[in-house]
Design a protein around this ligand. Structure first.
Ligand code: ATP
Ligand code: MG
Length: 362
């Protein structure tokens, strides 16, 4: 179990804002970062010592990257498993290929949660529009048809109501080889738990937070979640059980639906820092990005206990043009990702306000 001491070179797969914030956390601990990204103009590359712009299928580029870094982590969970396996033959990759194989596929993910006895939305797999129609008939409407792979921010999803044309819905999500049909959960709210797991199996979890979405994109996170203690404990326990069973080394973020009776259902998970964990940068001794660096480098985890509550709002598209207003607000902690183009719905930055922590036990 290799430990990479400060001074080493940490490889990050993916070049988005999550990689950017991880690179900044790595720099604070004295590491240098080498980003591997398929996209030029990557937000993470702007703050990294080195960047490789290449496809994840480019084996020469992967081999050169492996030779140049001491450990590898990732900020995008859809890095092809073959690329992870190739790198892992040469350098520690945290999290590993087995974790990604589960979390890259909504069906594998839900089946995994189910095997641990954790609840999910009712679901069925489908290989054709006709199979999806049969699944909807079984589950009842409304349902959501989702691609099993590569969805984010609600992309690759279609709501299906009684009488809807399933062939059209199937086409709308890109006519995939396989899809999942989920019953729509009547949820009281949505929460998530972000935790870190170290090479020694130690776990440091942040408290459950509440997430509000607009147009299926996360718009606001409130920390801690204003839910009954039993609900928060159930989410925490489920996230720990998933992390343990996956054997993840690194970050695991788990999204949950909170049912009307206060129970939790696993929605999805990601083995990387999560948008709903950005508040930890401003309200916790060790942020999710610092924990990612620590776990990837084999260091002991930091203290996740918040010293404040927080509300984090995403700046989507042209929201970020109002940076001057946020700078003028003494309570606002502004984070901008340096993206050149503000497309609608694109995550350009976020702003966090600290709040008093709720009384213990309340
Ligand atoms: P992201 O990458 O933003 O987390 P995603 O595209 O991977 O999202 P999901 O998390 O599956 O997709 O869905 C996005 C949002 O749509 C959920 O947070 C929730 O608000 C709503 N949603 C998805 N599936 C269901 C469901 N089965 N029942 C109720 N709401 C759902
Ligand atoms: Mg989600």
């Amino acid at each position: 179990m290799t430990v990479v001491p400060p001074g080493g070179m940490l490889g990050i797969l993916g070049g988005g804002q999550l990689g950017r914030m991880a690179a900044m956390a790595a720099a604070r601990l004295g590491y240098r970062v080498h980003v591997f990204t398929p996209e030029a103009d990557a937000p993470a590359a702007d703050v990294a010592a080195r960047a490789t712009v290449a496809d994840f299928a480019d084996t020469d580029a992967l081999d050169a990257f492996a030779a140049a870094v001491d450990a590898v982590t990732l900020e995008w969970e859809n890095v092809p498993v073959a690329a992870i396996e190739r790198l892992a033959g040469r350098v520690p990759v945290r999290p590993g290929a087995g974790v990604l194989a589960v979390t890259q596929d909504r069906i594998a993910e839900k089946a995994f949660a189910g095997r641990l006895g954790l609840g999910t939305a009712p679901w069925r797999g489908a290989a054709t529009a006709a199979e999806a129609a049969a699944a909807v008939a079984e589950l009842g409407t409304p349902c959501i048809l989702k691609t099993t792979r590569l969805g984010y921010d609600g992309r690759g999803q279609a709501r299906v109501r009684t009488g809807d044309d399933m062939a059209a819905a199937w086409a709308r999500i890109g006519a995939p080889d396989r899809a999942i049909v989920e019953g729509v959960v009547d949820c009281a709210c949505e929460v998530s738990v972000v935790l870190a797991r170290g090479i020694d199996g130690a776990v440091a979890a942040y408290p459950a937070v509440e997430n509000r979405h607009r147009d299926q994109i996360l718009s606001e996170t409130r920390a801690p979640a204003d839910v009954p203690p039993a609900t928060a404990a159930a989410a925490d326990g489920a996230a720990r059980a998933l992390a343990e069973a996956l054997g993840v080394v690194g970050i695991l973020a788990v999204e949950f639906f909170v049912t009307r009776d206060g129970g939790v259902l696993v929605n999805e998970m990601a083995p990387r820092p999560h948008n709903s964990g950005h508040w930890t940068l401003d309200a916790c001794p060790a942020s999710q990005f610092e924990q990612q660096v620590r776990s990837a480098c084999g260091l002991p985890l930091g203290d996740p206990t918040p010293f404040a509550g927080a509300v984090m709002r995403n700046l989507l598209g042209h929201d970020a043009d109002r940076w001057a207003d946020h700078l003028a607000d003494p309570g606002a902690r502004l984070h901008l990702y340096g993206k050149r183009e503000a497309r609608p719905g694109r995550k350009m930055g976020h702003v966090t306000h600290l709040l008093p922590l709720p009384p213990v036990g309340g």
